[in-house]
Design a protein around this ligand. Structure first.
Ligand SMILES: Nc1ncnc2c1ncn2[C@@H]1O[C@H](COP(=O)(O)OP(=O)(O)OP(=O)(O)O)[C@@H](O)[C@H]1O
Length: 389
């Protein structure tokens, strides 16, 4: 969708901002450009909407060299979000959001309706915020208006230059999550500039790690973290890259333990029998719709085995659960939050699939590092354990 072919930008004073840049952003892909200040990220981005012209090489959008496309026509297809938002201070939030539809000559009623829809989409109630002016909003809200405005004419491409750079870390994480949710619905082709590796890793389908004026590594976040291409990249992503990797490694079926399951309505003696035969110290308790209820310990069931009651009389609730595909970081955080030695994992239909324990979490992380290093699927990686060696 966006293709850089050997692009160099040399400014009039001789500064070479980027040199021999070649990479491609696929349709619907979110690529983050990350690197230290002055490495050429913004120059790269501004060449895509022709705010800056390359000195050498060419940039193709949708197969066409943009050197031959009128800048105005080109920018119509590209939403642009910047850190300083660039909102007009004397226009209301609604009018700011409708800027591009206004330029495109949409009738007033239609552009206002579109602006309301967009504000809603970015989590701002138009009836509350629509008539305010930008200085009557918080920093995070202004950034949301910036995103809404960029999306107003539904462009296939979004160029985002440190869009969440001016807000505090908590609001920032919030905006990132909202943006990810939005992107999973809208599938825009996004080029996203940041100097924050955490942000790059969290948002990017792929990351371009910039050194001075060139890309040092262009790969999926897990690979950049798991197998940095050079000492420079390793240094840039940081010594705690194993921890960062937790946030980009999803829980997969093969990571889970499958303890015995019993039902709330099961008789205690039956449940005791089942648990004794599997040797488990506890079992997961499901309700009659096969949804997670909690757990019950083998000791309690065995002790009460002579009673006529059901598992439901002794089961404990389990609140620590996540859907398959959640990150290992979420899993770890959920364990800590609930002070739990394991968490339940559910499929997309909320059915119980298995449990993740700290040991399994660690194994999943190690397997994913091994899989990337050898270009395998995670389940193909056998782990050596300390006991084996
Ligand atoms: N108009 C210009 N004339 C001369 N040099 C420029 C010009 N614009 C940028 N540069 C230089 O080009 C290099 C790359 O700048 P660019 O703004 O692309 O970096 P960046 O990675 O986006 O940095 P930051 O994260 O600080 O915004 C820098 O050395 C910068 O000083």
């Amino acid at each position: 969708m966006i293709r850089f072919e050997n692009v160099t930008k040399r400014y009039a004073d001789g500064t070479v901002a980027v040199e021999g840049l070649s990479f491609e952003v696929a349709e619907g892909e979110l690529v983050t450009l990350v690197g230290p200040s002055g490495c050429g990220k913004t120059t790269t981005m501004k060449m895509v909407n022709r705010l800056i012209e390359p000195t050498e090489g060419r940039i193709l959008v949708d197969g066409a060299d943009i050197a031959g496309v009128e800048p105005v026509e080109l920018r119509r297809r590209m939403g642009y979000v910047i850190q300083q938002t660039g909102l007009f201070p004397h226009r209301t939030v609604l009018d700011n959001t409708a800027t591009v539809p206004h330029l495109l000559g949409w009738p007033k009623a239609r552009r206002r309706e579109r602006a309301r829809e967009l504000l809603d989409l970015v989590g701002l109630d138009p009836s509350v915020y629509g008539d305010r002016y930008p200085d009557q909003l918080s920093g995070g809200q202004r950034q949301r208006v910036g995103v809404a405005r960029a999306l107003a004419a539904d462009p296939p491409v979004l160029l985002m230059d440190e869009p969440f750079g001016a807000v505090d870390p908590v609001v920032r994480e919030h905006l990132q999550n909202e943006f990810l949710r939005l992107q999973s619905r809208l599938h825009k082709t996004v080029l996203f500039v940041t100097h924050d590796i955490e942000e790059a890793v969290r948002l990017g389908d792929r990351i371009a790690v910039y050194g001075e004026g060139r890309i040092e590594q262009f790969d999926r976040p897990a690979s950049v973290l798991g197998a940095p291409a050079s000492p420079y990249v390793a240094d840039f992503v940081g010594a705690d890259r194993g921890l960062k990797r937790l946030s980009v490694t999803p829980i997969e079926h093969g990571d889970l333990e499958e303890p015995p399951t019993v039902h709330l309505s099961d008789r205690l003696d039956k449940a005791a029998e089942r648990m004794a035969s599997s040797g488990a110290r506890w079992a997961v308790v499901l309700d009659d719709a096969d949804e997670l209820h909690g757990w019950v310990s083998a000791g309690v069931v065995a002790g009460a085995g002579q009673e006529s009651g059901t598992v439901g009389d002794h089961a404990r609730r389990m609140e620590a659960w996540l859907p398959l595909g959640s990150s290992l970081k979420q899993a770890f955080s959920t364990m800590l939050q609930h002070d739990a030695g394991w968490i339940a994992v559910l499929d997309s239909a909320d059915r119980f699939v298995g449990v993740l324990t700290p040991a399994r979490l660690h194994a999943a992380l190690r397997r994913s590092v091994g899989a990337d290093a050898r270009d395998l699927d995670r389940e193909q990686v056998a782990l050596e354990s300390i006991e084996d060696s």
